[in-house]
Every structure is written in structure tokens, then in C-alpha cells.
Design a protein around this ligand. Structure first.
Ligand code: UDP
Length: 490
């Protein structure tokens, strides 16, 4: 394809690791398909992306370069704390992690409108992949004839569950918020409770924002989903026929990272030397280690962390545990039982901060994944063929949990009943022990998980289901471009 006919795609992620990581993976994927990608983001986020992008461009001289366009984001003028350019900020500054500031951060994305408008007008990309939290992007792109694609960052199952819950509001007909009910219309007779359902308050500021978001999605070019058909066929069919105008499955995106360096460089710089971590894992028996991570947005109180530690010890299994504790607790780590690390030496590895997650999940010594069910993590666990202990915290994670426990049957719940906010559940050491033991011993679950991992790898191979969908998308975008050129000529 000549220079003039190469597609140029803009990608505009939400400023959170859970969105930026798959966005970079998407840019890499487009690059392998011969398209140029430009990621739009702010200075601090650009710093996170710079190195992996530089490595990718250097290591793939035959492919189209990925570039970053830096956007202006004056935090303090927008009423946000200085340096608040990523949701990670709230995590590192727990005192500022309030609902109000989080909401303000989300709604301040609107500040980018003008800059995006100018860019669309001058650069005229062939497509804009904008995060779902940028609902105004659809109209803006339309103004310049640019197709806007929506990226939610989650899978089909939760998108469909949200749709059915919103439409039928079955939680209005139950006696209590903990009474289980079946989600109407959703394939599979999925059971959930009201306390696990999100977005119920349609008249709130957020409720109205979410409606705006859905409206903008309906008038967009379509939706990109980081999933693969074989993982959730009933839900991908349901979504495409009953929820969205059009959708393309392009995942698992994490599988595009084939080299060790690429896998290790996702998100923040790891808090542990990747090679040290591998050496530790190399010393372990096959499938003997459980890996625990709660994603990028959450930190438990000390009491819960002590309970997790004790439950892990009681399980008898080796473990790698990522603890997102910010540095504000002083020297004494009250979140660990006295002498715990010394006692667990050789048996358990605690990573304080950021783990090279995909490197760990891919190691043959890892045999289970205790996850908060963020979609990226869940899909990475699927791609690595791991049975899971599910420990959802909030957002759409309870829906993702049901996919694992009720549909795929590759995991068990640790027993969390309700969202962490406002009051959450306390999970005892016995529950942690039981769930870890069950998953590590669950041969049937493991067998199914491995089959899914094979399907995931097949999906992204040349001629696989996701590969075909990406190719189709590229062809459609080229067609749109040709049509525009013809219109201009006539
Ligand atoms: N991640 C990582 N190391 C960590 C924590 C998270 O590499 O210590 C990555 C993880 O692999 C995933 C993303 O960060 O790609 C988290 O996204 P997810 O949707 O799982 O969770 P979120 O934090 O957005 O709730």
C-alpha cells in the first residue's frame, strides 16, 4: 500500500492504566495491519507510553510507526490537583481519592474538545477510536467526516448484562438487595443480586452522563471489543444483534505482545526486577503458584490485607501477591502479620506496587490467578489458560465474575457479595484459603481454562476470528476513505 493510501488512526484513551494499556496494544495491532496510529494523551501519560512505543518502533522497522500527540490538560485550572492526569493519581494520593474528585476528573475530559476538533480538522485521520468516556467525540468526528469507533475496554458479557439490567430493571422486583435473581433476556440464566448492579441511578449526574455515552455510541461507526468470539459467542452475538449497531472483536489484545520486553513494559515500570521475578518462578514446580492482583485502582485496609496474608499461608500454596500500598504508612507495615515475609521466604513473593503481570501469568509455574475481575486482567488470565479465584470490587467486575463462574466455569468466587464502596464485605482467611485450594486443585476448571487459552491464541493468529475481524475493519475504513475521495472529486 502506498503512502497516500495508508490508513491513519487516532486513538484517544481514557487516562487510566486499564484503558491506556489496551490502547497501546491496539495501536500495535493496527500497525501490523499497515495503519499509522497516533495516540492522543497528556504529558504525564505520554511519559508512560514513550518507552514501549520507542521499543516497538525500533524493533519493527518494517511496520508503521506509532506516534503520540500531546494534549494540554491544565489540572489546576480545571479544579484538579496538580499532576492529576491519570486515575493512578488518586491511587497514589489516597487522601484525595474522593468520589467528587474522581467524578470531576472524568467530566473534565470535555476540556479536550477544542484540541481534538483542531486536530481532526488539520490532520484528517481515517478514524478516531475514542474511549467511551468521551461521548462528545462522535459528533466532533462526524463534523469532519471521520468515523468514530467506541472502545469500552470491557467484554461482551458485561456490556450485554448492563444492557439487560438497564432495560428490565429486575432488581426493582426483589424483596432485598441481596436476593438473587436471573437477568432477563440475557442468555444463560445468569444469577446476580441488586448490590452487584451498577448504574441504577439514571437521574444522577453520572446516570445522565452514561445516557449521553450510550447515545453517542448509537450514532458512532461502531464498537471495538477486546475479546474474541469463541470466548463468549452467545454474548457477542447478542451484543451485535440487540445492543450495538456494529462491533468488531479484536482481542485478546495482550497477545500481540510476543517479546519478553513488550510483556514486561506494559503500564508502569515494574517494582521488581523482571528477571528476578522469573528466576523465582523458575525455581517453582509447574502450576504450583497462585498470583494475586487487584488491578490498578484499589487498596484494601490493613485488616483485610492481614487476612489475605493469613489465608494464603493457610492454603499451603506458593504465591506472588501484588500489594498496592502507597508509601504513606511509614516503616512498619501493619498490613502484614508479624514476621510474615520471613516465615514465607521462598514460598511467597510480595510485590509492592506494579507487577510485570503478563510475564508472570505466562510462566508455567503459575497455576491460578486471584483477580479483581478487571476486564484486562481477566482476559490476560484467560489467554494464559489459568483458573481463577474471583474477587470483584466495583465497576462492572461483578458481571465479569459471573462470566467466569457461571458461563466459562473456570473459576470460583472468594465470596464477595457487594461492592467495596460504600461498605463492602470483609473476606475471612478461611474463605481465602478455601477458594485458593479449590482453584489450584480444580482439574476440570484448569482443563477448560487451557482450552480457552488455545482458542484465544487461534483467534489472533492469521485467519483466526479476531484477525479476520480486524482485517474487515481495515477494509471498511479504506472504503470510507475511497468514498470520501470520490465525493471530493465529484
Ligand atoms: N497491571 C500490571 N501490573 C500491576 C497491575 C496491573 O501489569 O501490578 C496491568 C494488568 O496486566 C492489566 C491492567 O494493568 O492490563 C489493569 O487493568 P484491569 O482492567 O485488569 O483492571 P483495572 O485496574 O482497570 O480495574
Amino acid at each position: 500500500m502506498g503512502e497516500a493510501t495508508k490508513l491513519h488512526i487516532f486513538l484517544f484513551p481514557y487516562m487510566a492504566h486499564g484503558h491506556m494499556i489496551p490502547t497501546l496494544d491496539m495501536a500495535k495491532l493496527f500497525s501490523t495491519k499497515g495503519a499509522k496510529s497516533t495516540i492522543l494523551t497528556t504529558p504525564l501519560n505520554a511519559k508512560i507510553l514513550e518507552n514501549p512505543i520507542k521499543s516497538f518502533n525500533q524493533d519493527n522497522p518494517g511496520l508503521e510507526d506509532i506516534t503520540i500527540h500531546i494534549l494540554h490538560f491544565p489540572c489546576t485550572e480545571l479544579g484538579l490537583p496538580q499532576g492529576c492526569e491519570n486515575t493512578d493519581f488518586f491511587f497514589s494520593n489516597p487522601d484525595l481519592n474522593t468520589g467528587d474528585l474522581n467524578r470531576k476528573f472524568l467530566l473534565s475530559m470535555e476540556y479536550f474538545k477544542e484540541q481534538l476538533e483542531q486536530l481532526l480538522q488539520t490532520v484528517k485521520p481515517d478514524c478516531l477510536v475514542a474511549n467511551m468516556f468521551l461521548p462528545w467525540a462522535t459528533k466532533l468526528a462526524e463534523k469532519f467526516g471521520v468515523p468514530r469507533l467506541v472502545f469500552h475496554g470491557t467484554g461482551y458479557f458485561s456490556l450485554c448484562a448492563s444492557h439487560c439490567l438497564r432495560l428490565h430493571k429486575p432488581y426493582k422486583n426483589v424483596a432485598s438487595s441481596s436476593e438473587p435473581f436471573v437477568i432477563p433476556e440475557l442468555p444463560g440464566d445468569i444469577v446476580i443480586t441488586e448490590e452487584q448492579v451498577i448504574e441504577k441511578e439514571e437521574e444522577s449526574v453520572m446516570g445522565k452522563f452514561m445516557k449521553e455515552l450510550r447515545d453517542s455510541e448509537r450514532s458512532s461507526f461502531g464498537v471495538l471489543v477486546n475479546s474474541f468470539h469463541e470466548l463468549e459467542p452467545a454474548y457477542s452475538d447478542f451484543y451485535k444483534s440487540s445492543v450495538a449497531k456494529r462491533a468488531w472483536s479484536i482481542g485478546p489484545l495482550s497477545l500481540g505482545n510476543r517479546e519478553f520486553k513488550e510483556k514486561a513494559e506494559r503500564g508502569k515500570k515494574a517494582s521488581i526486577d523482571e528477571h528476578e521475578c522469573l528466576k523465582w518462578l523458575d525455581s517453582k514446580r509447574r502450576e504450583s503458584v497462585i498470583y494475586l492482583s487487584f488491578g490498578t485502582m484499589l487498596s484494601f485496609n490493613n485488616e483485610q490485607l492481614v487476612e489475605i496474608a493469613t489465608g494464603l499461608e493457610m492454603s499451603g500454596h506458593d504465591f506472588i501477591w501484588v500489594v498496592n500500598k502507597s508509601g504513606s504508612q511509614g516503616d512498619k507495615e501493619e498490613w502484614l502479620p508479624e514476621g510474615f515475609e520471613e516465615k514465607m521466604k521462598g514460598r511467597g513473593l510480595i510485590i509492592r506496587g506494579w507487577a510485570p503481570q503478563v510475564v508472570i501469568l505466562d510462566h508455567q509455574a503459575v497455576g491460578g490467578f486471584l483477580t479483581h475481575c478487571g476486564w484486562n486482567s481477566l482476559l490476560e488470565g484467560v489467554a494464559s489458560g489459568l483458573p481463577m479465584v474471583t474477587w470483584p470490587i466495583g465497576a462492572e467486575q461483578f458481571y465479569n465474575e459471573k462470566l467466569v463462574t457461571q458461563v466459562l466455569k473456570t473459576g470460583v468466587s472468594v465470596g464477595v457479595k457487594k461492592m467495596m464502596k460504600p461498605d463492602g464485605d470483609f473476606i475471612t482467611k478461611e474463605k481465602v484459603e478455601k477458594a485458593v485450594r479449590e482453584v489450584m486443585a480444580g482439574e476440570e476448571m484448569r482443563k477448560r481454562a487451557k482450552q480457552l487459552a488455545d482458542m484465544a491464541k487461534d483467534a489472533v493468529r492469521e485467519g483466526g476470528s479476531s484477525d479476520i475481524e480486524v482485517n474487515r475493519l481495515m477494509e471498511e475504513l479504506k472504503l470510507v476513505r475511497l468514498q470520501k475521495e470520490e465525493e471530493k472529486r465529484s
